[in-house]
Design a protein around this ligand. Structure first.
Ligand code: SAM
Length: 261
């Protein structure tokens, strides 16, 4: 039986990732005419428009395949205002908060929108993310980063101090908090979640983690847990395979709980 799917072809304005063995991946937009990519080097991708995704591009002596960007590629493109969540922690937050296809997710703060992109990817086209931040300049940057990722239609940005004003609606399957005082938002989050829904938090210090976990317990959340992910790269070399000498020693702590009535 033949493959009857329509060919996936490039359109002007698409995000495009150039991937090849032994070279760094480049992510850019598909525009007509020459454009600067990676510093001052100029690349012209005009002839890709209308062609099937996956074609060969040669540039600066290297050969790439032009493919649709992965979520990691999209994160590498985020313009930073607020400090962003790391990829390893974002992936774990998705699991801890039970975020999946069709989910209805409340997030605060939006920050730079990096975690929002991961959440919007996880909920898929049938899902929805409401992302709140109390600072309009961060909200604007997050909105523009999420729009460039292509998931703008899955995310609603709201200017709101969720510690003071709560979420303003209910029925969320997940609440994800990356802000300084998550314990101030847990009672409102409990009220906004469906029974069986999860809240997950991300904080940089033990003090914040402890206050968060104590509050989760006080509020009667089930399955309360606190974790930290430590990622160590492995150098695979001809002379031997060993851990990398350098690593990121600390990013943030994760906590989670599940609403039961
Ligand atoms: C560390 S940043 C979030 C980064 C984001 N997760 C990302 O990956 O890009 C924290 C954000 O929380 C926002 N924030 C702090 N307290 C808040 C509150 N009570 N209500 C809404 N936003 C809040 C800040 O303005 C800031 O933008």
């Amino acid at each position: 039986m033949g493959d009857e799917r329509a060919a996936d072809c490039w359109a002007e304005g698409d995000a495009i990732a150039l991937v090849g063995p032994g070279v760094s991946t480049r992510v850019t937009r598909l525009h007509r005419g020459p454009q600067k990519v990676g510093g001052d080097s100029v690349l012209d991708l005009t002839d890709q428009i209308g062609r099937p995704v996956g074609g060969v591009v040669t540039w600066l002596g290297a050969t790439y395949r032009a493919v649709r960007p992965s979520v990691s590629d999209l994160l590498s493109q985020v313009r930073r205002g607020a400090q962003i969540v790391t990829a390893k922690d974002a992936a774990q937050l998705v699991l801890l908060a039970g975020v999946g296809p069709g989910g209805s997710v409340a997030e605060a703060g939006s920050g730079s929108g990096a975690l929002t992109i991961v959440l919007a990817t996880a909920v898929g086209p049938a899902g929805h993310v409401v992302s709140c931040d109390r600072r309009p300049e961060f909200l604007e940057n997050a909105r523009s980063n999420v729009a460039r990722s292509g998931w703008g239609d899955r995310v609603e940005f709201v200017e709101r101090d969720v510690a003071k004003d709560g979420w303003g609606r209910t029925g969320f399957t997940s609440v994800v908090l990356d802000l300084a005082e998550p314990w101030e938002v847990l009672a409102a989050s409990r009220g906004a979640l469906v029974t069986g829904g999860y809240v997950a938090t991300y904080t940089p210090t033990y003090n914040q983690l402890e206050r968060t976990v104590r509050r989760l317990r006080e509020l009667g959340f089930a399955e309360v847990r606190a974790t930290e992910l430590i990622e160590r790269g492995i150098h695979v070399g001809d002379g031997g395979t060993r851990p990398e000498f350098e690593m990121l020693g600390h990013t943030g702590f994760l906590a989670a709980g599940r609403k039961v009535d």
